[in-house]
Design a protein. Sequence first.
Length: 260
Amino acid sequence: MRQFIVSIILAAALLGGGAASAETIRVGVTPGPHAQIMENIAERAASQGLTIKVMEFSDYVLPNAALAQGDLDANSFQHQPYLDNQIKDRGYPLVSVAKTVIFPMGLYSKKVKSLSEVSDGATIGIPNDPTNGGRALLLLQKVGLLKLSATAGLKASVADIAENSRKLKIVELDAAQLPRSLDDTTLSAVNTNYAMEAGLSPVRDALAREDSNSPYANVIAVRAQDKDKPWVATLVKLYQSAETKAFIEKTFGASVDPAF
């Protein structure tokens, strides 16, 4: 009889342990594709013992600060060069644990229908953060609107412009504001997630886009101390799955490229 009671107690403990092992995590995203993809993953996560609370942020600054402070458990909104720059500049104890998607940056306009119509002295908007600003300048160089110094890399800045024969006016704005800047600029370099949120189609509306060789693959970031926790592996497995890839391709078509 005593053995039977002990068995019941052990069984109850095991059941209780199973319930306690279920994880609830908070994942920070920016509106648009990042949020939509994570919401889709959250719908499937429960069957893997993981509850995902998707939290949207309207800019690129707060998600890393919130993650570093412990207000988030992970975020999925940024590419690796941006994360590297944030870690270097702010000392965040963050690491990337998986590649997610690539959003090719595009050049958009409400005033011209082709790059050949861009006149001398035109105003061009680019993101004001170092990595996305450099990304925009490299795209402008690729399409022949300006030239950068030979030493300018992924973090090229306005100071690295070596040739601007068209006397273009480069205006640096918050990345999220760039779609709204199209009423005031001739051309703006817009990240795909913000373009799509504003109703712009990278395939239909962009006058030029990065190609598939872009080094700006987005990543899932976590605190370094959490990178080996079981929920991280579960989140990565869910993201880098055939189901997620199918959702991305069905929902976004050629506008978003899976990076896994």
